[in-house]
Design a protein around this ligand. Structure first.
Ligand code: MLT
Length: 404
């Protein structure tokens, strides 16, 4: 008789954004006439930039020719894309990263869920609280998190690093040392970030304690302030302790196209064992490479014209972020984020819980956001709005909120 991986049974509820999707769908079914503005999941709305569409079309045509046809992609990614990544994302920022340290994938969500496979199930994880739920859920599935306390919303073996307004959303170095430390800056969900000097402290801590940092830099394109690192490899010593996850979803609008990459430096070792070799082995066994057409699209992200067009898209979303932030402040809300990230994090009014505020916004104003509690216990009392909507919807949402 087969047995299941009963760690799955420990997971409370469904994936956060599935829960929200279902709630909104049932509301919409009950009130089909309601005009709903979706500022919940961080999904982009602008069409793919012309330079990228052109590259994809060219690759599609190539695939229909004998000489241009491509079968299985190299499992670690095409050299043309990996070189463009190294040159633009790392060399240009003074980071020493080599082509064979880049692993192209179908996106950062799957990489952030899969990367934990490299580590023993005895490892303890440390996460910011609130946190992107994939980091915790994937470790629950792997059996690394202990038992769930539904009163506190915490797992017995997870080390939580609260990020709340009282500490400016800056996680403190934990006394109990995690083996695996998940960090995401600019941060999802709070939309805040930390200065490079603060990130350096984490790198020093990890090297001193023998921890690994899994650094999610999916939102780096939204950084506007000078003293914020775009990559953890801008910090000294990061090659010895950090893996970085990158996405094309938010900087290039690839949420539906799917492309990302992970950096595993060859200096990152456990004793004599190279994590770069382990990840290459894992990737080779479990993944057949991102499609050629999509990797050509990724290459176009780094072309001269591509860069200009994507800068405009990022500016469009950041303009939305500014409008949401200003509008909410004018309406009397306490608001964070939105300066180096496309997320706005607000305090829920009065004593409203974040799910109560979710219902209130949906039912009274026809606006969907994300309740802070869905990201962890310290997210209670907060609420996230994304800047990825259209300008028109963003302005309409703010006007509705102001009329409260
Ligand atoms: C979010 O809304 O937090 C993200 O868009 C979800 C994701 O990137 O998977």
């Amino acid at each position: 008789m087969f047995q299941i991986n009963d760690n799955y049974e420990k997971l409370p509820g469904s994936y956060l954004f599935s829960t929200i999707g279902k709630k909104v769908a049932s509301y919409k079914e009950a009130y089909p006439e309601k005009d709903i503005i979706r500022l919940g999941i961080g999904d982009v709305t602008l069409p793919i930039a012309p330079a990228i569409v052109e590259a994809m079309l060219k690759a599609v045509v190539e695939m229909g020719t004998e000489e241009g046809f491509h079968g299985y992609a190299p499992d670690l990614g095409y050299e043309f894309l990996r070189s463009a990544i190294v040159k633009n994302d790392f060399e240009a920022r003074g980071c020493n990263i080599e082509v064979d340290e880049i692993f192209v994938s179908d996106g950062a969500k799957s990489d952030s869920a899969n990367i934990q496979e490299l580590f023993s199930t005895n490892c303890r994880i440390g996460v910011c609280d609130p946190v992107y739920p994939v980091y915790v859920d994937s470790n629950v599935m792997a059996g690394r998190t202990g038992t769930y306390n539904s009163d506190t919303g915490t797992w017995s073996k997870v080390i939580y690093m609260p990020c709340v307004m009282e500490n400016d959303f800056i996680p403190q170095l934990p006394k109990e040392v995690p083996d695996m430390i998940y960090l995401c800056f600019p941060n999802n969900p709070t939309g805040t970030t930390i200065p490079k000097a603060e990130l350096q402290k984490w790198v020093n801590y990890a090297n001193e304690k023998g921890s690994v940092i899994i650094y999610d830099a999916a939102y780096e394109a939204y950084i506007t302030e000078e003293d914020v690192a775009h990559s953890i490899y801008e910090c000294e010593g990061a090659r010895n302790c950090a893996i970085e996850l990158r996405s094309f979803s938010k900087n290039a609008g690839f949420t539906g196209v799917r492309l990302g990459y992970t950096v595993v430096p060859k200096d990152l070792k456990c004793g004599d064992v190279s994590l770069n070799r382990m990840w290459a082995r894992r990737h080779g066994t479990k993944f057949n490479g991102a499609p050629y057409i999509i990797q050509r699209a990724g290459e176009a992200v780094y072309s001269q014209v591509g860069k200009i067009q994507l800068k405009e898209q990022v500016a469009y979303y950041m303009n939305n972020a500014g409008l949401i932030k200003k509008g909410l402040q004018e309406a009397g809300y306490t608001v964070f984020g939105g300066v180096n990230a496309p997320y706005i994090w607000l305090k829920t009014p009065g004593k409203m819980t974040s799910w109560e505020f979710f219902d209130y916004l949906l039912e009274e104003k026809g606006i969907v956001g994300t309740p802070g509690a869905g990201f962890g216990p310290s997210g209670e009392g907060y609420f996230r709005l994304t800047a990825f909507g259209s300008l028109e919807n963003t302005v309409a949402a703010i006007n509705r909120i102001k009329q409260m």
